[in-house]
Ligand binder design. Sequence first.
Ligand code: SAM
Length: 284
Amino acid sequence: MNEKGTLYLIATPIGNLEDMTARSLRLLKEVDLIAAEDTRETLKLLNYFGIKKPMVSYYEHNKTEKGNYLINQLLQGKSIAIVSDAGTPGISDPGEDLVRLAVENEIAVTMAPGPVALVTGLVLSGLPAGRFAFEGFLPMNKRARRERIASLKNEVRTIVFYEAPHKLINTLTDLLEGLGNRRIVLARELTKKFEELIRCTLEEAIHKYSSQSPKGEFVLVLEGADEAGMEEAEKKKWDEISLEEHVERYLREGLNKKDAMKRVAEDRGISKRDVYNALLEERK
Ligand code: SAM
């Protein structure tokens, strides 16, 4: 029986051809076949680097049929590279399903890493990058979109989105409405001649683009929720009821007195002793 082939995920530039790595080029030359999101786009890249290789189109709407074909080729020992139009395959681009199928068929998968717009935008933004949430494109359906944005309300990590220029104003407006005014960095045309980092607030970004239409590609890097502010608001909530009522609530939920007082202390950010003393005071 044939030995199985390997599936290579190859990242390609997000705008600047100099970002093509030596390893990516070598692998594209060595594989038997390239699965490309758009063969015409990839042909431009291959021509630029003088690479000739058979290509198969593999995109959102033919991924089931072509996925099975590609897996069969891999099972027969062919090595295949998958590339998207730009950046990293599998990130808001085809690739994820083919990797899953390869894993299910015990086919080796490896990667030549390289450009990815979300990381480039995030690290250039100046917002905290140690922890972040990547949301890709928001859903188009109005309700799903509103629910997705609402689910991010308490997200304290920096949040990264992708967006097309003609939908930018809508998205900025929906984010402002759902999450309130926050700092945002619009990372535009990354790695290209007109690369620009627009650091402002959601309101300012909407104002800017209400008088000029956005052009180019954008990564949106949004400040996370204010953790300290949320904790403060959470503590303030308890100021509206007395300590005794607060303890009573937990007793009604079935907690014993000791545990109820412990929870009250946690909720209010005070010590158990403080709760005990304050209760004695309130009862006097
Ligand atoms: N797979 C790609 C990656 O690794 O980043 C993302 C593909 S997704 C279909 C395209 C989106 O990525 C664009 O709408 C834009 O939000 C973002 N993008 C891609 N290239 C960019 C660039 N040079 N500058 C800013 N954003 C870019």
